[in-house]
Design a protein around this ligand. Sequence first.
Ligand code: AR6
Length: 173
Amino acid sequence: MRKKVKSLGKIDIVCGDITNLEIDVIVNAANTTLLGGGGIDGAIHRAAGPELLAECRTLGGCQPGEAKITRGYHLPARFVIHTVGPIWHGGKHEEAETLANCYRNSLQLAVENGIKTVAFPAISCGAYGYPIQAAAQIAMNTTREFLATNDKIDKVIFVLWGEEFYEVWRQFL
Ligand code: AR6
């Protein structure tokens, strides 16, 4: 799956399917119900199996920018962190702040659970319509800021679905 890989320090970007990754935790771009959906959310639930949905039902949903953790069940990843990105409404509805919170709160939750390696998708860049360049900049800057002040995480991998996304993320690495 890793047909393209680029690294800088603790951050990697790769092109591929996040559900294939053998890693401590993969982050899901979920919705506020946490009960599944399309896109990456659907792919993660399909790969993890029905046990994931059963655990998600106990979590009481999730607000935009927040994050919750479950086990990974049949995924190669041990855990899943579910975060809810902002729906793009033109940029004047705190979308940037909410998106930064997704990355920050997911990384914080990983640290609290003793997790060392984290994989992120391009949160909000599919069904939620966030402009890719702006999203990539927030993803990278927020992650760098977090890693600069916290040494508990060993590796963050951005897993991009398709070359277009990969190239944009590469610009900001
Ligand atoms: N691996 C890596 N990236 C993927 C994968 C995959 N297997 N599948 C899709 N992507 P989206 P959102 C990319 O729409 O915009 C759901 O229905 C995809 O190409 O999954 O945050 C939820 O339930 C895009 O670049 O998430 C919510 O209702 C990125 O992942 C809503 O969609 C995110 O696309 C969330 O929308």
